[in-house]
Design a protein around this ligand. Structure first.
Ligand code: AQP
Length: 344
């Protein structure tokens, strides 16, 4: 047996305030991948509880992320959409990966350092071990490609290290089970396009984030047209006109951010956007960007709101998706148990 056929896996945490960064960095890419790959898209509720979540809000947010997937154009019949906690194999494989990954590897994770801040003695063990669960999410399907925003690059590298070490640690039983080239593929991050790291509207050096206390720092997918326009109008910028070439955006993080967002929403390159708007002042560019953002995001927000009025449909999508996900993960996890030496 050789390596599995290409398969895409990715996830989004149901931690509230799904924003433009999640949309451009991840969800639009999920939609694109559907044409060429078998895709599994997951609402990663086990990841969400690495920081305390109000149980009622968690359920609401899980449905809302699902609604965002569907409203953005993910086809839950052709592909698989489900929430992570319904497929126990994620957590089971994560335990094995806790025993494969090295402490030194996790100590290097910048996202943990940022999230834990100075309070690292008081955050959950889960927050620390988060990247091991992420590796399990991907590898329990032997997935080969993972569309993510730029902030997840380091976690993906760790997933590859874990896959590689598992393949080495258990090389003999993997061969005996008939796998010639190792059991797990080394998953490839797919980080591409003009908006792989959408930045905060209040500070162009910080990424747009769900947990930023300022709502003005981000566009939420459920914001109405007025809120979208107001946030873009108030977004921090510098006083200069837009340059005509991408090089002119160096050292101008706020300008680079707004141009990158425009390009991504328009489906063109930053260079093309600057061909049109080079020389324009922000007083001209911001209203055009606001109109484009409303045009693209308005229908998605409206569809999400419509879907959230009928949660039975969303729950049914998640349940069916979970059954289909289990049908893939179950046999793979059985193979892992055999390889590790667990009696079955
Ligand atoms: N600002 C961003 N620009 C581009 N992509 C982004 N992603 C997140 N923020 C940006 C991508 O969205 C996917 C889902 O992210 P997540 O919900 O799993 O986790 P996150 O990265 O922790 O999201 P947030 O919004 O930044 O949450 P908090 O505030 O809790 O830290 C991922 O593919 C991610 O790369």
């Amino acid at each position: 047996m050789t390596m599995p056929a290409p398969r895409v896996f990715s996830g989004v945490q149901p931690t509230g305030n799904l924003h433009l960064g999640n949309y451009l960095g991840a969800i639009t890419r999920f939609v694109d991948m559907q044409e060429s790959h078998d895709c599994i898209y997951c609402v990663v509720d086990l990841h969400a509880i690495t920081q305390w979540q109000d149980p009622r809000e968690l359920a609401h947010n899980t449905r809302e992320v699902t609604a965002a997937f569907l409203a953005a154009g993910i086809d839950a019949e052709k592909h698989i959409v489900f929430n992570q906690s319904q497929v126990a194999e994620h957590a089971q494989l994560a335990w094995i990966f806790n025993c494969v990954a090295r402490l030194g590897w996790l100590n290097r994770m910048t996202q943990f350092k940022e999230k834990a801040g100075k309070d690292s003695e008081n955050v959950s063990v889960g927050l620390y071990a988060y990247p091991n669960l992420m590796a399990a999410d991907i590898l329990v399907y032997r997935a080969t490609h993972v569309p993510v925003g730029d902030d997840q690059k380091q976690h993906l590298e760790l997933s590859r290290d874990i896959a590689q070490k598992f393949n080495n640690d258990f090389a003999q039983t993997i061969r005996e089970a008939g796998y010639k080239d190792g059991f797990f593929p080394l998953p490839e991050p797919l980080i591409a396009g003009p908006a792989t790291r959408v930045m905060s509207f209040k500070d162009g050096t910080k990424k747009m984030s769900k947990s930023d206390p300022s709502d003005l720092s981000r566009i939420n997918l459920t914001d109405d047209a007025e809120a979208i326009a107001r946030k873009i109008r108030k977004a921090r910028t510098d006083p200069d006109a837009l340059p005509s070439e991408p090089d002119g955006l160096k050292e101008r993080p706020e300008a680079a951010n707004l141009v990158g967002i425009f390009a991504a929403l328009q489906g063109e390159s930053v260079a093309d956007t600057l061909k049109t708007y080079g020389g324009a002042q922000f007083s001209t560019f911001k209203p055009v960007l606001a109109d484009l953002a409303v045009e693209r995001l308005g229908p998605i927000g409206a569809e999400m709101n419509r879907m959230m009025a009928d949660t039975a449909y969303i729950d049914a999508v998640l349940q069916t998706g979970a059954q289909r996900a289990r049908a893939i993960a179950g046999p793979i996890y059985e193979e892992v148990k055999k390889i590790v030496g667990f009696i079955r």
